[in-house]
Each structure stands twice: as structure tokens, then as C-alpha cells.
Design a binder for this molecule. Structure first.
Ligand SMILES: C[S@@+](CC[C@H](N)C(=O)[O-])C[C@H]1O[C@@H](n2cnc3c(N)ncnc32)[C@H](O)[C@@H]1O
Length: 230
């Protein structure tokens, strides 16, 4: 697959065979998707959910199993990803927004749950910090921010072992050698992961108070951050 000029076109291209490609390229992809519906308090019944970087809608699909009555806002920079979502989910109880996270006007106290599957690592550190504050503001009291992502500091020593394990995962099937080369080009151009510790610090600065964390192989993480009551 050829690298595209910007993140929206990159994912327009990626949309064609998305779930199969993610399973091939991202270790623990399906396990990390499953985490979105786990560890949720039994009395939590979100009315409004925002899916940031919805892609083809895999996170929303999971949540629909648990929260079929909620209203979903699906947001992505890629028009073709949003078109896929529209064709799967239709318009009932759904809104679709094509924009960058950085440009979205988050309304105060509007969502009970904000989710992001493998999308925030596309943002630089400063943007993540800004978006975490926006998400906290947009959540209702007791709201939950739930996200799965790659978390690592590229300058840390452990970055090399992440790449080695990731490579073993992808080329376990030798016909995926070219896929690995594409992943590394994409990773250099479009991915800006930060470590779990850094992100926890920024989430606390954004006034999140409690956290539930699941970690696979040190760097593939699902994190839930809870907002306080007022
Ligand atoms: C790797 S895909 C993840 C899709 C899906 N959430 C999942 O879990 O499989 C990342 C998605 O985030 C979108 N994205 C990345 N950076 C974005 C940004 N700054 N603003 C809006 N969408 C963005 C991309 O267009 C892409 O559809």
C-alpha cells in the first residue's frame, strides 16, 4: 500500500480492507477492542457516546452490543471511513462528523462516554494534552473516557524491543514482509505515540480522577479514565 499525503487520505486508502488489515498489523487488536465494554460500572447507562477517530466503526459496533439505546456521534477526518460507518449503522441515533479532533467544538457536559480506538497516537503530545482537556470538559459528571492505543516513548530504550516484537508478530506470516515495510513507513510518518506514564500525567492534569488500565506486552494499552461527580 502506498503512503498518502495526509492522515485523512491515508485512512481513505486504508478503509478498503480495514479490519483484516488491522488484525494483521496491530498485535492484540481484537483483545483491545473487547476492552471497551469491560470494567464498566453496572449502573452506567450512557445516553450519548462520542467515538473519536471511528474509522470503519469497530469500536461503535462493540459498544452497540452493550448500549443499543445510546446516541452515537462518530467523528473522523476520513470521509471514506465515515461513509463506511453510515452504510453499516444508518442515521437512526447516529451523527457523523468529518473533522480533525483539534478542530472539533466539544460541548460542555454533553457526552457520558468518549471512546477512541487507536486514533490518538496520530496526535502529537501537545495535541493529546489539549484533547484530554476537551474530553474532560465534554463529559458529564461520572462520565468515562475509554481508549485503546499504542503507548511508548520512541526515545526510550524499550522502543527497540517493541519494534522487534511487533515485527515478529507481523512477519510470523512470511507473506507479510511487505506489510511490515509499509507499517514502518506509516509509523514514521503518521504515528506519534507517547508513554502510558506521560498520558496518565496529562489525564490527571485534565482532571480525570480514577483509572483502569489493561496492558498487553508492555505497550498495547486500554485505559479508562473517569471524571469526578461535578
Ligand atoms: C487506526 S484508525 C482506528 C479506527 C478505529 N477507531 C479502530 O479502533 O479500529 C485511526 C482513525 O483515526 C482517524 N484520525 C487520525 N487522526 C485524526 C485526527 N487528528 N482527527 C480526526 N480523525 C483522525 C483516521 O482517519 C482513522 O480513521
Amino acid at each position: 500500500m502506498k503512503l498518502q499525503d495526509n492522515i485523512a487520505s491515508e485512512f481513505n486508502e486504508f478503509s478498503k480492507n480495514y479490519t483484516d488489515d488491522m488484525v494483521k498489523c496491530v498485535p492484540y487488536y481484537l483483545q483491545l477492542l473487547s476492552q471497551f465494554t469491560l470494567d464498566i460500572p453496572t449502573d452506567f447507562h450512557p445516553k450519548r457516546i462520542l467515538d473519536l477517530g471511528c474509522g470503519n466503526g469497530n469500536v461503535t459496533s462493540k459498544l452497540l452490543e452493550k448500549f443499543p439505546e445510546a446516541h452515537y456521534t462518530l467523528l473522523d477526518a476520513s470521509d471514506q471511513m465515515l461513509e463506511l460507518c453510515k452504510s453499516y449503522f444508518g442515521l437512526e441515533n447516529k451523527s457523523y462528523v468529518q473533522t480533525y479532533f483539534q478542530d472539533y467544538e466539544f460541548k460542555n457536559n454533553h457526552f457520558d462516554m468518549v471512546v477512541a480506538g487507536f486514533s490518538l497516537h496520530h496526535c502529537h503530545a501537545k495535541d493529546k494534552q489539549f484533547i484530554f482537556r476537551q474530553i474532560n470538559k465534554a463529559l458529564s459528571p461520572n462520565g468515562v473516557f475509554s481508549y485503546s492505543d499504542l503507548m511508548v516513548n520512541r526515545k526510550a530504550k524499550e522502543h527497540q524491543s517493541l519494534l522487534e516484537n511487533w515485527n515478529k508478530f507481523v512477519v510470523a506470516d512470511p507473506s507479510h514482509k511487505e506489510t511490515w515495510d509499509w507499517i514502518m513507513d506509516h509509523y514514521k510518518t503518521y504515528d506519534h505515540p507517547d508513554s502510558l506514564d506521560e498520558q496518565l500525567k496529562w489525564l490527571k492534569e485534565a482532571h480525570f480522577i480514577n483509572f483502569k488500565i489493561s496492558i498487553y506486552d508492555k505497550h498495547w494499552v486500554h485505559l479508562k479514565a473517569f471524571k469526578n461527580q461535578n
